[in-house]
Design a binder for this molecule. Structure first.
Ligand code: PEP
Ligand code: MG
Length: 867
């Protein structure tokens, strides 16, 4: 029922069905929020239905709404289909007024408690519904503490609280010009509307954007009978995870506060106690909680994040939901649950989101670093990060936009800080526990966070903090290790994560438990996928790395990338500015051995797997000197004057280089380039073959728009193959195919397939040319497009399945009609993006190819697509 009721409402209903102790309540479906936001106003039908539900709630709880003797009080809380922790509004103790507060005092036998609940309700409701800033109430509260000579709220007497309530009411009157509503019905509808409106708060919109949650879902509204964790020392409230959300260890993990209410724990306002202490403080409820959490986990078959309240020794569950966790924990939990027989291997594979794998590759602080931490907090979310300290989310956002790495330091974070967390590389809070807002949000975003770091004292100027004797000001550097909770001064060196160290051969697999778990799960994923996964790699080093990430071949070797290094660029420049074919051939002869050596290294790294090598692609002027010393040196080495050189350079300049002399157009105008590259490939292949390496070169012609271009290039390549293999006396198998990266190539795929051995979709250029969007310039305005919902995503990141995807689909269909079984892949950036991988699976591609680091992501995404 999540889609209808929202996650909270659906799970409350589910828990009720299970017989778990849940206070009675009802849920207004999320579609009511959508229609309210669209049309405004509340329908009569809804008013009647809520009225009926309220009557049932009264009979279930044995209390009456607005009753002077024993009043029913409710909480009004949001809850969307997808969890958005702390992003929307909650109101507690609703139903209190000047009359019912006396009823509550009498019924509970505790006037202090009644007035404390009332003043909490007044400030919460006034803040959320009436728009009176919470800080104004906090000022009155702290003044009250001062005038009563006490240091905590808990020490304020019933009388003090009663007079505070009057002050709160006066404040509301003076700010809003109206009395605080005393009618519980008015209060209820005010709260419901506020929850609905909170769907469109900036923080909620930001959160949905970052997490890819549709804006059209709306939120449910849960109206639940109040239970009180603040009824004395036999009461309390807490949040807990059925397993450790950082490591995945199978142990009950949580935090609680004695004599506290609702949001105190989640908001990180007081640093809570470890759940184990609950066994001493509230033993009966603790036993019941242990039993309940295990039942809930078995029922939902996943790690649960629960909220509970103990009212005078009686346990109530207020919420259960699938718990957010780090990737390492997700891995551990999935593997353990398979061992425990709770889920299947297939489900375990589906439990990890492909993009989450990134986190396992995060860097950690170098073990060589001798620094001692200046403070240690709770390790809320792993990863190592350094940056300059800022204390304000707006400053974090601004300085991030200016290109700085920032670490956001806060007393505690609230949903108001969300944009600052997004901008920061890491978050550090002085208060709050592992389940505080900062911890949950950072963990969900895979961002380093340390919370509850009590040594941090933010100074009143809000631009500096004290840690021990040290004062650290805004702009000073700090390094955090979210995996251990250690905080260091300065900018410390970091090192690869455990998984990366094994992949790089720096650590043995046998003492790398996270790597072992990763490898096991990836093995299961591989057994489920149909799509092959290759890597885009241009050097032997990248190719080896790609193999270690599990790449099954190279889908794109961009040969021009081989020319940027060292003295290669000089030979390349000689070739470009050559005055005639003879000059060009002389320069190409210098380039040939360099390319050949690289290709041989790549074949070796990819022993037994296909290697797709693309002929030279980019506009030549990209390689030209940019003036100054570079030009003088080149002119001298080419025996040209500076003037001659600059004349040649400007003759090569193009207005629209992306649509200019690039791709196969180079090899057509200068066939000797294609010839040299083909020779280098075949010579390398034969050499590697002689060394016992199983080689499968696939030569790829870029940027064709018509089969005639392909035919022209193919002839040159075949001639080179015959020549090289004839001279070397050894034949190796090879394929010659083409990229499909221009709409016209996709539209004439049948003709091309008749002559090409394979297709590889270059969706970077295909996106550029289908949209008519410059790859190099779109970054200036595309973010605005996405922000305003003109495009759902940046089409250079997520494949546009509607338009570009249609060309892909047609080309696959027409290509395979002309040549059944035609091998087809993708090598644009989209090959490593999970949603695009799913599309590639659905249209029947044979493989995706992406950067080495994205290979595990693509492997898992391909498995998800098959499942
Ligand atoms: C492409 O266009 O998608 C492609 C892979 O080639 P490049 O990015 O090198 O233009
Ligand atoms: Mg391209």
């Amino acid at each position: 029922m999540k889609a209808v009721l929202g996650g909270k409402g659906a799970n409350l209903a589910e828990m009720t069905n299970l017989g778990v102790p849940v206070p009675p309540g009802f849920t207004i479906a999320a579609d009511q929020c959508v229609s309210y936001l669209e049309h405004g106003g509340i329908t009569e039908a809804l008013r009647t239905e809520v009225q009926h539900a309220l009557v049932r709630l009264e009979s279930a709880s044995g209390k009456r709404f607005g009753d002077a003797g024993n009043p029913l009080l409710v909480s009004v809380r949001s809850g969307a289909a997808v969890s958005m922790p702390g992003m929307m509004e909650t109101i507690l103790n609703l139903g209190l007024n000047d009359v019912t507060v006396e009823g509550l005092a009498a019924a509970s036998g505790n006037p202090r408690f009644a007035y404390d609940s009332y003043r909490r309700f007044l400030q919460m409701y006034a803040d959320v519904v009436l728009g009176v800033s919470i800080h104004r109430f906090e000022q009155l509260l702290s003044t009250k503490r001062l005038t009563n000579g006490v240091s905590t709220d808990a020490e304020l007497s019933a009388d003090a609280l009663r007079s505070l309530v009057h002050e709160y009411q006066q404040l509301v009157r003076s700010v809003t010009g109206a009395d605080f509503p005393m009618d519980p019905q008015v209060q209820l509808w005010g709260a419901i509307e506020a929850v609905w409106k909170s769907w469109t708060l900036k923080k909620a919109i930001d959160y949905r954007k970052v997490n890819g949650i549709p804006h059209t879902l709306g939120t449910g509204v849960n109206i639940v009978s109040m239970v009180f964790g603040n009824m004395g020392d036999d009461s309390g409230t807490g949040v807990a995870f059925t397993r450790d959300p950082s490591t995945g260890e199978h142990r009950f993990y949580g935090e609680f506060l004695v004599n506290a209410q609702g949001e105190d724990v989640v908001a990180g306002i007081r640093t809570p106690l470890h759940i184990d202490e609950m066994a001493q403080r509230l033993p009966g409820a603790y036993e019941q909680l242990l039993d309940t959490q295990a039942r809930l986990e078995r029922h939902f078959r996943d790690m649960q994040d629960i909220e509970f309240t103990v009212e005078r020794g009686t346990l109530y569950l207020l919420q259960t939901r699938t718990g957010k966790r780090t990737t390492a924990a997700a891995l551990q939990i999935a593997l353990d649950m398979v061992t425990e027989g709770l889920i299947s291997q297939r489900e375990a594979v589906l439990r990890l989101q492909p993009n989450q794998l990134d986190q396992l590759l995060h860097r950690v602080i170098a073990t060589t670093s001798q620094s001692t931490p200046i403070a240690v907090g709770l390790p809320a979310s792993p990863g190592a990060a350094s940056g300059i300290v800022v204390f304000d989310p707006d400053v974090a956002e601004r300085r991030h936009q200016q290109g700085e790495q920032v670490i956001l330091v806060r007393e505690e974070t609230t949903p108001e800080d969300f944009h600052g967390i997004v901008a920061a590389r890491a978050v550090l809070t002085a208060r709050g526990g592992m389940t505080s807002h900062a911890a949950v949000v950072a963990r969900g975003m895979g961002k380093c966070a340390i919370v509850g770091c009590t040594a941090v004292e933010i100074l009143p100027d809000q631009r500096s903090m004290r840690i021990g004797d040290a004062v650290i000001a805004e702009g000073d550097w700090l390094t955090l290790d979210g995996g251990t909770g250690r905080v260091f001064a300065g900018d410390l060196p970091t090192q690869p994560s455990e998984v990366m160290r094994v992949i790089n051969g720096q650590q043995a697999e046998s003492d790398a438990p996270t790597y072992q778990g990763f490898a096991k799960l990836m093995g299961w994923a591989d057994s489920h996928r149909r799509l092959r996964v290759r890597a885009n790699a241009d050097t032997p080093r990248d190719a080896r790395m790609a193999r270690n990430f599990g790449a099954e071949g190279i889908g794109l070797c961009r040969t021009e990338h081989m020319f940027f290094e060292g003295d290669r660029i000089t030979a390349m420049r000689e070739m470009i500015v050559a005055r005639d074919e003879g000059g060009r051939r002389r320069a190409l002869e210098k380039l040939l051995p360099m390319q050949r050596a690289d290709f041989e290294g790549i074949f070796q790294a990819m022993d037994g797997y296909p290697v797709t090598i693309r002929l030279l692609d980019p506009p030549l002027h990209e390689f030209l000197p940019h003036g100054g010393e570079e030009s003088s040196l080149l002119a001298a080495s080419l025996h040209l004057s500076r003037q001659e050189l600059s004349r040649i350079v400007s003759s090569l300049r193009e207005t629209n280089p992306m649509l200019g002399h690039r791709g196969c157009r180079l090899g057509i105008v200068y066939p000797e380039i294609t010839e040299m590259q083909a020779r280098a490939i075949f010579e390398a292949a034969v050499r590697a073959y002689r060394r016992g390496i199983d080689v499968h070169p696939e030569i790829m012609v870029p940027l064709i728009s018509d089969v005639t271009e392909f035919r022209h290039q193919r002839a040159i390549i075949e001639r080179a193959a015959d020549q090289v293999m004839g001279v070397m006396g050894e034949r190796v198998p090879y394929l010659i195919g083409t990229m499909i990266e221009l709409p016209r190539a996709a539209l004439t795929a049948d003709e091309i397939a008749a002559e090409a051995d394979f297709f590889s979709f270059g969706t970077n250029d295909l996106t550029q040319t289908t949209f008519g969007l410059s790859r190099d310039d779109a970054g200036r305005f595309l973010p605005q497009y996405v922000e305003r919902g003109i495009y759902p995503d940046d089409p250079f990141q997520v494949l546009d399945t509607k338009g570009v995807g249609k060309l892909v689909r047609w080309a696959v269909r027409d290509g395979r009609e002309a040549k059944p079984g035609l091998k087809v892949g993708i090598c644009g950036e989209h090959g490593g993006e999970p949603r695009s991988v799913a599309f590639c699976h659905s249209v029947g591609l044979d493989y995706v190819s992406c950067s080495p680091y994205r290979v595990p992501v693509a492997r898992l995404a391909a498995a998800h697509a098959s499942l």
